[in-house]
Design a protein around this ligand. Structure first.
Ligand code: 5GP
Length: 212
């Protein structure tokens, strides 16, 4: 029996290079019901990134305007650039029963906790070792040595926030990590407050007892 349900806000966070992007990509490919929340950012576009798919790339004045006009559900400065989640579409998609994946940092997660905790499930991804984290960052050839060094020292700080998340996954193996996230999402989809017609269903069951 399937109830119509409200969507899940699935937040996946991690230090850069821990494998969050690969996990997110695999989840999308496997489940058409999951939509990505496409953030706005003032960071410059990497050559493999597509406007509107990975991010909406905007300048600082446009970002400030969106912030001022209340168009951002949350926002943060990360690695010297501004990032934010556009508010439009999120509520619409949740009401339509679509799950939304948020690739945002801990600052954004804390802001969403204030606003929409009941809709959220949060997962923090850790690398299995720093050796592995460093080599994953180095494989992203597009980032300069300074960027890699900055991301490594930020990773140390970001890791302190693991305890603010509902689940923590050590990403040793991509397929195993994806399977764990899928299990978390499957359970979240079944949480009672998300099931829209549950009250009516129980009332109908009771009416049927009454009419026996
Ligand atoms: P990158 O520049 O590598 O794409 O992302 C850098 C960091 O910014 C990542 O940790 C990512 O999760 C975070 N980030 C991306 N979009 C948002 C957003 O809309 N809000 C917040 N708070 N963080 C974001």
């Amino acid at each position: 029996m399937e109830f119509a349900r409200r969507g899940v806000m699935l937040v996946i966070a991690s230090p850069s290079g821990a494998g969050k992007s690969s996990i997110s990509r695999t989840l999308f490919d496997q489940d058409p019901n999951i939509k990505l929340s496409v953030s706005v950012t003032t960071r410059s576009r990497r050559s493999d990134e597509i406007e509107g798919k990975h991010y909406h790339f905007i300048d600082v004045p446009a970002f400030e305007r969106m912030k001022h006009d209340g168009e951002l559900l949350e926002w943060a400065e990360v690695h010297g650039n501004l990032y934010g989640t556009p508010r439009t579409k999120v509520e619409e998609r949740l009401a339509a029963g679509n799950d939304i994946l948020f690739d945002i940092d801990f600052q954004g997660t804390l802001q969403l906790y204030e606003k929409c905790r009941a809709d959220m499930v949060t997962v923090f991804i850790l690398p299995p070792s720093i050796k592995e984290l460093k080599s994953r960052l180095e494989r992203r050839a597009q980032d300069s040595k300074e960027t890699i060094d900055r991301r490594l020292s930020n990773a140390r700080l970001e890791m302190e926030h693991y305890s603010e998340y509902d689940y923590v996954i050590v990403n040793e193996d991509l397929e195993q990590s994806c399977s764990r996230v899928r299990s978390i999402l499957a359970a979240a989809r079944l949480q009672r407050p998300r099931l829209l017609q549950l009250d009516k269903f129980v009332k109908d069951l009771q009416d049927q007892i009454d009419s026996l």
